[in-house]
Design a protein around this ligand. Structure first.
Ligand SMILES: *Cc1c(COP(=O)(O)O)cnc(C)c1O
Length: 814
């Protein structure tokens, strides 16, 4: 189904400006960084709290985009493009999606609930795709913007839609209902935990069930509180309540399988679900009820349910062999998700060399030659160095492209696989489930250590944007990535920051800066503690020193003179009360005369550091430091007649003193990583790092026995104990042992028993139903690092930077 600019103008009440052409819209975009922006694109310039799509219009015009929906027409470009001016671009995007949705008249399943939306959507897609040609949200694109974008994936060959809707505030669901307009509702799960944005459970239910306003039926787990609010017929399931439309009783549950006897109407049959945990079983029941409602035959339901698989919801970048990075998307293969994965690949930009391994694409909806044309175009736009295609169909359609290596089946690829042919490149692995690309992932993945530190790149971006929102739009930001990005991973985070256009990076030592340069980081980098011996390397790698002493300055001047360098950027550090590094008042004359009499260096910035920006009790002292800074910096500025960047604020400084002290730049550190020094600050931040491990072994221990070294924990009643392969050598402080601390298993606290060992610790799982191999959260949302720091009498900085390098880091984005 195509639509043109003229079609949507009345729906979004746009005033047309600029060239005022009409055209058939082929692609909708909101992201300037996507490589799919081209002449067929209609770009919506969305305005967020910290982001304004209008800033990218010039760049997009250069890339060939000619049609824009804007809130303000950029006068300089009226002769270059067509602009649709609207009051609110987000609303216009939603209205366009609503218009587009109404062009189609097939059933739409609308899914909401507190948890399980994406899994249920992906499973329903898997279970129903033999019978229907389905359009669905890619990944978990379920927000006020994600849903409209998902809707545009629909075309005339689809005959079923499956869309999930996620909300975080009151009144959002009405909007999504309006766009998705589902005919069949699915409610997955009601979380009883408090959710931000809703004042009560009641309010949450009322809001979420708004999605179902015009459904013919709502499928849900039996729950009278929820049902009371649903005004249309319901189709319920339960594992406990025989009154449900579909009642299941669990027969056995072992070896990662659950067998359930199902009773529906006058029929009784058995199903096997290849999972044991209750969350997966519940999601599978929701899917099964939906299939029953759709009158799928029992034997087919039995057969397909057995094949359910774990769903990887988010794209992850993991470490691969030989310095490679893998983006593992080996569970889906439609065009929409390919576009998302290619954008992710581009945004990571971890290596200059990019490889993609791609299977046949299973997607109803488009004629096959048209589909592969689009796939080829998307791949070409992304400048992929090596394209490995696996599958009869894709081999046929893509083998003409340059750089293509084709295989008929996965096994053919595996047979000739050679580890040496993958080196220092980023590899996107994307294939339909039936191609078993997980076997390829296993070969390419660096040997797994069971403990990982997961870093949520979306949360990092969120936190960056929070601090940006405290600043004027032209205030520069230096982000401190010293100590390996506060323990989170130096170059991966530096890449993300480069991508988010921060102005400067700060590291502690020259070596750290050199590593970043070798990894391809081009942002300016300031080195806080340059040793004189590292100056030559710093110049070779374009790193800018902090100069804090006369002798340091003299040594650096000598070197620049020798090398015949002019205007090398340096950063002058002033000591205003921290008494760590920096020039003081009585150094000023010498400093100024040294700087005045040469042109080897250029003072790029002048800065100082606050001792107590986190504690407003010391407000007077902070003000005093600021005054001292002003006095000293002004002296240099006046004497040399220069205009350097001035900066004094760190994370807490931005939070507490942005108004009066932001100057031309700030230096953001711990806040980026999700930790603030006050509760008020933390409330605005998202958790970035989650340290996870797994249970190695579980044992019963009898009364009178003891656990661990020095018999520190005495067992006084027989108990169940789990051993976790992480210890103080990984950075878990011993002070967190002996029942002061805990880990979380299956959402429940498991107290740490006895002394923490070097590589292991033991926890109490007496009342937790768990098995060896289950996931263990050491820290993250809960327990959070701040809590651990308080109990172990240190600060979050020490915990985070203390996580050993032997713990594998995994980066992901939603
Ligand atoms: C580490 C550091 C920062 C960042 O401090 P946070 O409290 O983590 O924001 C800023 N400036 C200097 C000089 C630093 O050493």
């Amino acid at each position: 189904m195509t639509f043109s600019i003229q079609n949507i103008i009345p729906h979004i009440q746009a005033k047309i400006a600029g060239i005022a052409d009409d055209f058939i819209i082929e692609n909708i975009s909101i992201d300037s960084r996507s490589l799919q922006n081209n002449a067929g694109t209609l770009f919506f310039a969305l305005k967020g709290q910290n982001h304004d799509g209008h800033h990218y219009i010039a760049e997009l015009i250069k890339k060939g985009v000619r049609f824009f929906v804007v809130e303000k027409v950029p006068e300089n470009y009226v002769d270059k493009a067509t602009f649709l001016a609207v009051q609110n671009t987000t609303k216009a995007l939603q209205k366009t999606a609503k218009y587009y949705r109404n062009l189609f008249h097939f059933p739409i399943i609308g899914i909401t609930g507190s948890n399980g939306k994406t899994i249920v959507k992906e499973w329903l897609n898997f279970l129903l795709s033999p019978d229907y040609s389905i359009v669905r949200n890619p990944k978990s694109y379920n927000s006020q913007v994600g849903v409209p974008l998902s809707i545009f994936g629909t075309n005339e060959n689809h005959n079923l839609g499956i869309f999930e809707a996620g909300i975080s505030q009151k009144n959002e669901m009405r909007n999504l209902e309006n766009i998705i307009h589902p005919t069949i509702g699915v409610f997955t799960h009601l979380g009883i935990a408090h959710e931000e944005g809703f004042s009560s459970l009641e309010e949450k239910i009322v809001e979420k069930t708004r999605l179902f306003t015009s459904c013919e039926v709502v499928i849900l787990p039996r729950n009278e509180v929820v049902e009371k609010h649903i005004k249309v017929p319901t189709f319920t399931w339960s594992l406990t309540d025989e009154k449900a439309t579909v009642f299941g009783s669990i027969k056995t549950q072992e070896n990662q399988k659950t067998v359930i006897q199902i009773h529906y109407q006058n029929n009784s049959f058995e199903v096997t679900i290849p999972f044991q945990d209750s969350i997966a079983v519940n999601n599978a029941m929701t899917c099964m009820a939906t299939l029953l409602y759709l009158k799928i035959d029992t034997p087919i339901i039995q057969e397909r349910l057995q094949k359910l698989y774990p769903v990887e919801i988010r794209l992850q970048a993991k470490k691969g062999i030989n310095g490679c990075v893998l983006i593992d998307d080996s569970y889906s293969s439609d065009y929409q998700s390919l576009k998302i994965a290619l954008d992710f690949l581009e945004q990571q930009k971890l290596h200059s060399k990019k490889t993609i391994i791609l299977s046949d694409i299973f997607q109803g909806g488009l004629p096959i030659d048209k589909l592969y044309q689009k796939v080829a175009l998307a791949i070409q736009n992304n400048n992929i160095d090596r394209i490995i295609v696996i599958g009869e169909t894709i081999s046929k359609y893509l083998s003409e492209l340059p750089n293509v290596i084709a295989f008929g089946a996965t096994i053919d690829f595996l047979k000739q696989f050679n580890t040496q042919s993958f080196q220092n490149e980023t590899i996107l692995i994307k294939g339909a489930r039936s191609f078993n690309f997980d076997e390829i992932v296993v070969l390419l993945e660096e040997k797994k250590h069971e403990t990982v530190l997961e870093i949520n790149l979306d949360a990092l971006t969120h936190n960056l944007n929070f601090y940006k929102s405290k600043l004027h739009s032209n205030t520069k930001i230096m982000v401190m990535v010293k100590a390996f990005g506060y323990g989170n991973g130096g170059f991966e985070i530096a890449k993300l920051l480069e991508h988010n256009s921060v102005d400067y990076l700060g590291v502690a030592f020259a070596d750290e800066g050199i590593e970043l340069r070798k990894a391809g980081i081009t942002l300016p980098i300031m080195v806080l503690n340059p040793e004189n011996s590292s100056f030559p390397a710093m110049i070779a790698y374009d790193l800018e020193p902090e100069i804090y002493s006369i002798t340091g300055l003299q040594a650096f001047l000598q070197l620049t003179q020798q090398k015949n360098i002019t205007s090398y950027p340096i950063h002058i550090k002033l000591d205003t009360g921290m008494h760590r590094l920096g020039f003081e008042a009585n150094d000023m004359d010498t400093l100024i005369s040294l700087l005045r009499n040469n042109n080897f260096v250029m003072v790029k910035s002048v800065f100082s550091h606050l001792s107590a920006s986190d504690d407003t009790h010391f407000d007077d002292f902070t003000q005093l430091q600021f005054e001292r800074f002003h006095l000293l910096s002004q002296k240099i500025i006046n004497a040399l007649d220069i205009q350097p960047i001035r900066h004094i604020l760190n994370t807490s400084g931005i939070f507490n003193y942005a108004q009066e002290m932001q100057l031309e730049m700030v230096r953001l550190g711990i806040g980026l990583y999700g930790m603030g020094n006050s509760k008020a600050e933390r409330n605005n931040l998202q958790n970035v790092s989650t340290l996870k491990s797994v249970i190695s072994q579980i044992r019963e221990v009898e009364e009178g026995e003891s656990i661990g070294y020095s018999r520190k924990f005495m067992v006084n009643k027989s108990m169940k104990v789990a051993t976790i392969p992480i210890g103080y050598a990984d950075g878990i402080r011993r002070a967190w042992g002996n029942e002061k601390g805990y880990v979380v298993i299956k959402n429940q606290k498991a107290s740490i028993l006895g002394n923490i060992c070097m590589d292991m610790l033991m926890v109490d799982v007496t009342s937790i139903s768990c098995i060896a191999g289950d996931e263990v959260i050491i820290f993250g949302e809960n327990p959070n690092i701040t809590e651990i720091a308080t109990v172990t009498e240190t600060i979050p900085y020490e915990i985070l930077t203390g996580i050993s390098q032997r713990v594998k880091r995994v980066f992901y984005k939603n």
